[in-house]
Design a protein around this ligand. Structure first.
Ligand code: HEM
Length: 290
């Protein structure tokens, strides 16, 4: 873990982390209106968002009433379908395991990654439960999902902040990333040709920045929605921002799952053991200096 190299980044992010912990410590967050698992409290939250609808209320009501559901449904159907087609037509890339395996992910990185993976997965599931709450009958089920959402958000913020510190330098954009984007990382061909990428390719970097910085914006807007710590119209804007960013994050999360579980044979093992095969590094990370 190259903490020495990233020291000047540690202080500000460390401060952020402390702020997140302080936030997490504020009990009021759990006492926000509607904390009880009852349809009445669910209705009270809705009333705040849809009442006085002249301002963002009208926009929010229209979107909450249907557009958000449709956007999530589109993401949950189109993204997996595209990658299912990729898997059928192009298939997975596999690499020989000859030679000395290369250390790629340290133990702290893997621990923080799986903590982020678990908490984020819970965030996605409980977030979708809230979006489709009406179809799931609302009430206690959705309200307990909301509480799980809160706790998972705190765990995700802490683990993602740690990953941000560790991977920051390797995730900075490089000129060869443009080339990678042009050839879509070589994933539209079955050939195994050296790909212009360092430790992480342009696609992995996009996911990193979306998950960490995007995750931070989700936490901030989510905290305001939970604690009602803003005027109604701002809360509506936050709800709209939270929903749209969530749709983008869910889409990229599905791509991350496909890339790490299906598109590259041995990728999952690398996040468990920490090692990658020399051929995989040579081909997929040809600019990476070991
Ligand atoms: C159940 C969910 C997840 C699984 C199965 C998973 C799996 C993996 C695997 C196997 C790798 C290694 C990829 C490689 O180098 O070959 C990886 C890398 C990575 N994961 Fe995850 N991950 C999950 C969730 C997450 C979440 C929620 C985040 C958000 C912070 C995340 C962020 C990353 C990043 C930034 C990398 C390095 C770049 C990349 O490969 O995209 N992962 N993940």
């Amino acid at each position: 873990m190259n903490i020495k190299k990233n020291f000047r980044f540690i202080l500000p992010v460390g401060a952020l982390l402390l702020a997140a912990v302080a936030w997490a410590g504020s009990p009021q967050i759990l006492l926000s209106p509607g904390s009880g698992p009852s349809t009445a409290s669910f209705a009270s939250i809705n009333k705040v968002f849809t009442g006085d609808w002249q301002q963002y209320g009208q926009l929010f009501t229209t979107w909450q009433g249907g557009l958000f559901n449709r956007i999530f449904l589109l993401v949950l159907t189109i993204v997996p379908t595209v990658f299912l087609l990729h898997y059928i037509i192009i298939g997975a890339k596999s690499f020989s395991h000859a030679g000395t395996p290369i250390k790629f992910f340290g133990i702290l990185t893997r621990f923080l990654h799986w903590l982020a993976a678990l908490s984020f997965s819970l965030l996605v599931i409980t977030g979708l439960m809230v979006v489709f709450g009406k179809f799931l009958g609302g009430g206690a089920l959705i309200m307990s999902g909301r509480s799980v959402h809160l706790i998972a958000a705190i765990v995700f913020c802490l683990s993602a902040a740690g990953l941000f510190l560790i991977w920051l330098k390797d995730m900075l954009p490089m000129p060869h990333d443009i080339l990678w984007l042009f050839i879509m990382g070589g994933y539209l061909s079955k050939k195994k040709k050296p790909i212009p990428a360092g430790k992480f390719n342009a696609g992995q970097k996009i996911w990193f920045w979306l998950a960490t910085i995007g995750g931070g914006v989700m936490a901030w807007s989510g905290y305001n929605l939970y604690s009602f710590a803003a005027p109604t119209d701002q809360l509506r804007q936050m709800a709209i921002l939270h929903n749209f960013l969530a749709a983008g994050l869910v889409g990229f999360f599905i791509i991350h799952l496909y890339m790490s579980l299906f598109a590259i044979k041995g990728s999952l093992a690398s996040m468990i053991t920490g090692y990658k095969s020399p051929e995989e590094v040579e081909i997929l990370h040809s600019r990476y200096k070991i």
